[in-house]
Design a protein around this ligand. Sequence first.
Ligand code: HEM
Length: 420
Amino acid sequence: MRVLFLLAAGNTLLASAFYIPSTDAAARRDLFSTFDEADQRFPISPPHQFIKAGPNDHRGPCPGLNSLANHGFISRSGVDSFFNIVAASNQVYRMGIAASTFAGVLGLFGGNLLDPTLPISIGEPPSNAGLAGLLPGLLAPPSGLTNTHNQFECDASLTRCDLYLCNDAHTLQPQYLEPLLDLYAADPSIANSVALVSQQHANRINDSIAKNGLFFFGPVQMVVGAFTALQVPSLFANYSAEHPEGFMSVEGLMSIYGASRASDGTLTWSRGSERIPDVYYRRPGALLAQWDLPILLPQVLEMWLLFPETLSIGGNLGEPNTFVPLDLGAFTHGAYSLDDLRQPGGLNLICFIYQLVQILLPDLLGNVNDLLASVLTDLGQVTDGVLGSFICPRSMGAVDLTMLNQYPGWVKSQKKKTLL
Ligand code: HEM
């Protein structure tokens, strides 16, 4: 499996040489011009039929992973290895290897680093957390993705509430899904799909600033928020023969999110219901058509251009509407400003993310015993192989994490981590 990753990483680098701005309609059409029924139809016959999750199965804040588990593409229990989770995201939804590895590495914050297969629960902590519990700090019992607040799970999610506002950041809130459905009902074509989800993302950020005194949106959260929002039009759209470029069907969106309408029209959701529709087509498998850096970076830049508040990095100071931006220049010791991140082409953006991961990884994977050393070296090589070959005009050797202590939402989540 690891060999596969290294191969895929090499391919991703090749692909990254060709940026296809999502706004370039002609280039997009070319990428999606070949529809392949056999390849693109989701393989949802047995053993991948939908089975609603049972009470002991783990499900969490990610509709994509919840649906993969409900169809048995990853373990139906909701606990599977890092490698299987990344591979299934790539093979089933065509999330590129670089993007899915990035998500998987962040997911390790909730995973079990003492097991060489690096199991991650996509929801609550697994019941057999075992010996991991004997170690302090980051090697504390694996928390599951649900409990990774401000490590992966973050505020202002598209359809989830902020943790410190509702004491629950994994349950879908129909009042947040409804406006997203309205946007796509009015314009299901793929042409404006990035703009529409960006609008929802901006609305959610503004709402959090207005209501959540502990709202925190640091650099990692800003990146996670943008990436996860962009998964909706990019990975949930239906790439059928009629619409090879993609189509945002509201029914499809509701199904993958696990929502349905009661007879009186009320939007409802129940845990474990995320379902891939019976007739659904994924993105084409060609490397350049997968959702990876060459497509994703221009989408992020487009999002920032249309809705500048989506590039908010900072947080509230304990009361609603007290948002103070983080001084990114000081935080990165002069390496990056917000303007640097906005530069066309996305090179600074990807370099910033890559360097941030490099800085955070040792923190995440530090104090690891010998048994794991080889797995983690491989993992480092994969991350390096996938993201590292960009020639970065700027280098960031360290960040000033103490600057985050001005934000009570960040401080509170750090306290929680040590209690795990
Ligand atoms: C390595 C694989 C993946 C990991 C570890 C992962 C993890 C997560 C986590 C922790 C969140 C919560 C972020 C937040 O608080 O806003 C999230 C959100 C999300 N993920 Fe994933 N994910 C993965 C793959 C996927 C895939 C393949 C899809 C789509 C098919 C997907 C779609 C989404 C969406 C749409 C959200 C936003 C949910 C919302 O608030 O509405 N993810 N993911």
